[in-house]
Every structure is written in structure tokens, then in C-alpha cells.
Design a protein around this ligand. Structure first.
Ligand SMILES: [Ca+2]
Ligand SMILES: [Ca+2]
Ligand SMILES: [Ca+2]
Length: 283
């Protein structure tokens, strides 16, 4: 029977049936320490398909495939997935901000699961290469909604869970980093109802789910940097996800950064990925 020295050392109280630990018969769990002994990681690419990405999308596609191949070379037990998005295809009016967020006639959607995490990298690569741009209307996009939804993907229960987010704009939020880019209307698509999403609150939920965000800022503006740092390393009111922030030109550093993070996980120095072993519940 596994013991839970690792979890206990991090102040968690876990029983044998704790859903936090998932499948206890998982051979990847060391019976002596409760630690992962084999590097195991699920990586999901989240790609902004709005018009302003037209300069970068071909680079993003090639970088994403390169990153995937390099991670697989470094961490053989790796699954990959793909989600994409533009923005809510409607006009919204919030206090202090009123704009058309996205446009359905261009195929804009707030969130789409293209490929659930899978070991089949050829499927993921062909889906990445097949992505086509929509529009996205106003400058901000719905990164908050995307990060809210990725928690529901088919993550394996005990492994490193990483989202690599590519985009170039700020998120819709009423009060983040002194910006007001309108609220996120949430799943009902209607402004100012109870399911509206807050960026900082959503980032905390993503972190609680044990998901680490590697943010690739293709814009490099102060506004996009606030959002992309907020979802990864933390910025202003957003605590981050123990992730890392990159400009697009540095995205090739990501596989080594992920390998380093997984190595630290295996060494027991990075508790964040395992202790919140995440179940595929709906939200
Ligand atoms: Ca928009
Ligand atoms: Ca906020
Ligand atoms: Ca709403």
C-alpha cells in the first residue's frame, strides 16, 4: 500500500480513498514514497485564433508542433491536447466598457476542444496545422473563459498538467491590473448574470486544479503582458499558476522548462503538480 509522505509533508491530510490521489493502483506511484517515479505529463495547447494573430499563427503552429515533439523526446509518457478560441460572438455592454467581442459570421466561438489529451501526437499535429483564423472583433479576447474550461479536459489523474497558452491581447475583465476590458459573460453568454467569470478568481481555480500555465505572449504590450503574466507567474491581483511567461520568440525554451519542472516534481521539490491530483468533474 502506498504511503503518503510526500503529500503529508506538504501539509495535506489524505486518506487511502482520497479523490485527490486518484487511482492508487497506478504503477507510476512509488509504493514507498507516494511520489511519481516516472515522468508523466499532459500538455494542452490553447491557441488564440483571432485576426490579430494573423502575423503569428504560422509561427505559433510550427512552434507548437516543435514544442510537442521536443517534450515527447524528453518525457516519453506525455499526452497532448488542443483547444482553440476567438471570443464570444456578440456585443456586450458592461459598466465602463461596451464593444462587440467577436462575430459569429467569422466562425468565432469562445472555446472549442479540438483534441482531448491523447498520446497520438500525429493527430494533435495535424489538428494544430489545420487551425484557421476567425475574427475576434475588439482587442481583448476571452482567455478567462478558456482557462475556466480547460479544467474539464480529460487530464490523467496523476501527472503534470500543463496548458501552453498562445495569444496576443488582454483578457476581458472589469478590474484587473487597472484595466477595464469588459466582463467575461461566462457559459450563458449573457452579460452581468451570476455565471460571469472573473480573471483573478479563475486563475485561482486553475491553480487549485493543479494546472500550470505556460503563457506565450505574442503581443508584447503592457496589457497583454499583464494577462499572460497573470495566468502564469502572477501579476497584480492574479496569483498565477506557478507557471512561466514567455514572449513568442522565446517559446523554444518551453520544452526544457517543462522537463526541468517535471524533474523537480520527481525530486519532490515542486509539490504543486501532484498534490492537487485532479478528477474529471464538471464545473
Ligand atoms: Ca474580442
Ligand atoms: Ca477581475
Ligand atoms: Ca453570464
Amino acid at each position: 500500500m502506498p504511503s503518503y509522505a510526500f503529500a503529508q509533508s506538504n501539509g495535506l491530510s489524505l486518506s487511502e480513498t482520497s479523490p485527490l490521489l486518484g487511482n492508487l493502483s497506478n504503477p507510476k506511484l512509488a509504493t514507498s514514497t507516494g511520489l511519481l517515479t516516472t515522468p508523466q505529463v499532459d500538455v494542452v495547447f490553447a491557441i488564440d485564433l483571432t485576426g490579430s494573430m494573423s502575423d503569428e499563427i504560422s509561427i505559433v503552429k510550427s512552434k507548437a508542433v516543435e514544442i510537442m515533439n521536443n517534450i515527447r523526446a524528453k518525457v516519453p509518457d506525455s499526452n497532448f491536447g488542443l483547444v482553440s478560441f476567438m471570443d464570444y460572438p456578440n456585443h456586450y455592454t458592461y459598466p465602463g466598457y461596451s464593444a462587440t467581442y467577436g462575430d459569429a459570421s467569422y466562425g468565432d466561438v469562445p472555446y472549442k476542444v479540438d483534441v482531448q489529451p491523447t498520446s497520438d501526437i500525429n493527430t494533435v499535429a495535424s489538428s494544430i496545422n489545420g487551425l484557421t483564423l476567425g475574427y475576434g472583433a475588439d482587442w481583448p479576447q476571452d482567455y478567462t473563459r478558456v482557462l475556466y474550461e480547460v479544467r474539464s479536459l480529460n487530464w490523467r489523474s496523476i501527472c503534470g498538467k500543463i496548458v501552453i497558452m498562445f495569444g496576443d491581447a488582454p483578457t476581458h475583465d472589469l478590474n484587473f491590473a487597472n484595466y477595464n476590458f469588459g466582463g467575461d459573460p461566462g457559459r450563458d453568454g449573457i452579460a452581468q448574470t451570476p455565471d460571469d467569470l472573473d480573471f483573478e478568481d479563475t486563475i485561482s481555480k486553475v491553480k487549485e486544479a493543479g494546472i500550470t500555465v505556460f503563457a506565450v505572449d505574442c503581443g508584447g504590450t503592457p496589457e497583454s503582458a499583464a494577462t499572460f503574466k497573470g495566468m502564469s507567474i502572477g501579476y497584480a491581483e492574479a496569483e498565477g499558476t506557478n507557471g512561466q511567461y514567455f514572449l513568442l520568440q522565446n517559446a523554444s525554451q518551453i520544452p526544457d522548462a517543462i522537463k526541468k519542472m517535471i524533474d523537480e516534481l520527481l525530486a519532490g521539490t515542486t509539490p504543486i503538480l501532484l498534490v492537487h491530483g485532479f478528477q474529471n468533474t464538471s464545473f
